[in-house]
Design a protein around this ligand. Structure first.
Ligand SMILES: NC(=O)c1ccc[n+]([C@@H]2O[C@H](COP(=O)([O-])OP(=O)(O)OC[C@H]3O[C@@H](n4cnc5c(N)ncnc54)[C@H](OP(=O)(O)O)[C@@H]3O)[C@@H](O)[C@H]2O)c1
Length: 230
């Protein structure tokens, strides 16, 4: 540890590299943590020491994941929630508030759904379900989490978006619209979930506290034209 003298000549508390690259003592809600990028994000954040709550619609799969994480020594709780339901989102945030004593440091809006269909084939139900999961839910979760995030005093929100939000992908038109509406974080179409979760973890770390309001493109150079999807 070293002592820092600020511009006013006062001694500042020692800063530790370990503390800047750690999530120890922090709490996180990761939506859709049972599979894919959400699963990898739970693992990454838990590996950095955070306590996490996650959710999905499948009780059996959720229980299996929770057991697996317990075996690894990670602090992860979970509850079933269909994020398309306003009432279930409210219930989810109640659970999170009670688990983390009214404070939340990290909200990771990850869960999403899509259907591969042409625009003319999409039904009203498809629209409600995809927009409900991908746009209405993260928006509402931010509102619900606001008092908890404020109580944290060091909170971050990360939205996982898609390259579909900035490119014409006719087979997933509703999904594309739902992703364009949010902060975009385009992803290479075929990426290992851990290639994304490591960037999510970085954004959550105290070391990245000055990175805010930014769109981080994680796509192996795809949108820059340097990567051709096979
Ligand atoms: N994979 C990619 O190549 C890629 C590319 C671009 C962007 N993304 C973005 O990355 C994020 C994760 O994608 P992924 O491919 O990892 O997804 P995934 O493997 O399909 O996993 C989605 C997770 O969200 C949960 N979920 C879906 N709908 C839900 C709902 N209504 N309520 C609660 N939980 C729900 C799923 O559990 P249940 O189904 O059991 O509820 C699952 O845990 C998404 O935001 C996606 O748009 C992914």
């Amino acid at each position: 540890m070293s002592t820092t003298i600020n511009m006013a000549g006062q001694e500042e508390p020692p800063t530790s590299r370990d503390a800047r690259w750690s999530l120890k003592g922090m709490t996180a809600l990761v939506t859709g943590g049972t599979r894919g990028i959400g699963y990898a994000t739970v693992e990454e954040l838990a590996g950095f020491g955070a306590a996490i709550h996650t959710c999905s619609r499948n009780q059996k799969e959720l229980n299996e994941r929770l057991q697996e994480w317990e075996g690894k020594g990670y602090k992860v709780s979970g509850s079933v929630c269909d994020l398309t339901s306003r009432e279930q989102r409210v219930e989810l945030m109640r659970t999170v508030s009670s688990a983390f004593h009214g404070k939340l440091d990290l909200l990771i809006n990850n869960a999403a759904s899509t259907l591969v269909k042409s625009a003319t084939q999409h039904t009203l139900e498809d629209y409600s379900s995809i927009m409900g999961t991908n746009f209405e839910s993260p928006y509402h979760l931010c509102q619900l989490a606001h008092p908890l995030l404020k109580a944290s005093g060091r909170a971050s929100i990360v939205f996982i978006s898609s390259v579909a939000g900035s490119m014409a992908l006719p087979a997933v038109s509703i999904y594309a619209a739902s992703k364009e509406l949010m902060v975009r974080t385009p992803l290479r179409p075929i990426a290992e979930p851990s290639e994304i979760s490591s960037v999510v973890a970085f954004l959550c770390l105290p070391a990245a506290s000055y990175v805010t309001g930014q769109v981080i493109v994680v796509d192996a150079g795809y949108t820059a034209g340097g990567f051709k999807h096979p």
